[in-house]
Structures are given as structure tokens and as C-alpha cells.
Design a binder for this molecule. Structure first.
Ligand SMILES: CC(C)(COP(=O)(O)OP(=O)(O)OC[C@H]1O[C@@H](n2cnc3c(N)ncnc32)[C@H](O)[C@@H]1OP(=O)(O)O)[C@@H](O)C(=O)NCCC(=O)NCCS
Length: 150
């Protein structure tokens, strides 16, 4: 992927590559995105195993500093694990990752992008609102089809 001309020098977004896993999991840990019921290695493997999903990463001088997992279910597009290294926030990287995920979904023919915000992370909603997202009056219901690892 080519970076727009107004991005900082040395910053780029590309698909997840072999060898990125340790840096991505460390980034998710630093960003508070790891929870006991999600195995990050299994989540990465699953997202990369099908053409309907992928992981994009942002690098600064070859250092991995941001991520987003993006995919669709044939009806709507979703993204997960949006993360920017705490030392690199406020530079537009988060907005750039969302824009890259939106482009990926648009290219896949998806008319809408959706995401879930944990109740414990509601302050991130102001970031999404800044990017044109609005809260939706729906309740998510869920059921595990495979018991998560403890
Ligand atoms: C949310 C996150 C990705 C934002 O990354 P970032 O690189 O700092 O965001 P940007 O610099 O691209 O900010 C884009 C815009 O949102 C605003 N913004 C960023 N964080 C904000 C916040 N917490 N509250 C309000 N506005 C915010 C910025 O000021 C900027 O506005 P501008 O266009 O007027 O300048 C980052 O804080 C993060 O990784 N958080 C922890 C992980 C997380 O919660 N992920 C989302 C899970 S649902």
C-alpha cells in the first residue's frame, strides 16, 4: 500500500507479514486490547486464514506501531484490534488505519463499516465520532460456539 503524500516520512501501512506476530501481540498488550477470552495468536491465524479478512499494520521507519484487523461477513464490514503505540498517538495514525480498513471494506463491496466498543473503553467513542462514526441503538447478543481458552 502506498502512503498518501501528506503522511510523515517513513510511515506506511501494509498487510500483516510473516514475522509480525510478536510485535502485533506486544502492541495489543500495550494498548490494553488483550482479554483472557481471546487468544491473540489464534485470532491472528483465523483472520489470515480466509480471503474475507486480514490484518493491516502501520510501520514507522520499519517499526510496527499500529494495527487494525478488518473483515466482512458478506453483509457488513467489521474491524477489530485498532491500535496505535501509546508513544505515537495524536499523529493521525489511528485515523489512517481506520481509513485503510474502510478502503479494504469498500474494495470488498461492503456498504457499511461497524465496530464494537467495550463498556470499559467508552472514552474511545470520541475518537470514532471524530471520524464520522455514530453509536447505533442495537444490543449485541452472543454465544460461544467453541469454548474460549481460559
Ligand atoms: C484510539 C486510538 C487508535 C487513536 O489513535 P491516534 O493515532 O492517537 O488517533 P489520531 O491521532 O489519528 O486521531 C484522529 C482524531 O481523533 C482525535 N482523537 C484521538 N483520540 C481521541 C480521544 N481519545 N478522544 C477524542 N478525540 C480523540 C484526534 O484529536 C484527531 O482529531 P483531529 O482530526 O481533529 O486532529 C489510540 O488511542 C489507541 O490505540 N487506543 C487504545 C486501543 C483502543 O482503544 N482501540 C479501539 C478499540 S474499539
Amino acid at each position: 500500500m502506498t502512503a498518501p503524500a501528506d503522511w510523515p516520512a517513513g510511515w506506511t501501512i501494509r498487510p500483516f507479514a510473516e514475522g509480525d506476530q510478536d510485535a502485533v501481540v506486544a502492541l495489543w498488550d500495550a494498548c490494553g486490547l488483550l482479554v483472557p477470552w481471546n487468544d491473540p495468536a489464534a485470532d491472528i491465524a483465523l483472520a489470515l486464514s480466509r480471503p474475507s479478512s486480514t490484518i493491516l499494520v502501520g510501520t514507522e521507519d520499519d517499526r510496527l506501531v499500529s494495527s487494525v484487523m478488518v473483515g466482512h461477513d458478506g453483509h457488513r464490514g467489521w474491524f477489530y484490534y485498532l491500535a496505535v503505540d501509546p508513544a505515537c498517538r495524536g499523529r493521525g495514525y489511528g485515523a489512517a488505519m481506520v481509513a485503510a480498513a474502510e478502503r479494504w471494506l469498500a474494495d470488498a463491496g461492503m456498504p457499511k463499516a461497524q465496530l464494537l466498543v467495550r463498556e470499559t473503553n467508552r472514552r474511545v467513542m470520541a475518537f470514532y465520532e471524530r471520524l464520522g462514526y455514530a453509536a447505533s441503538p442495537v444490543t449485541m447478543m452472543q454465544k460461544w460456539l467453541k469454548t474460549p481458552s481460559p
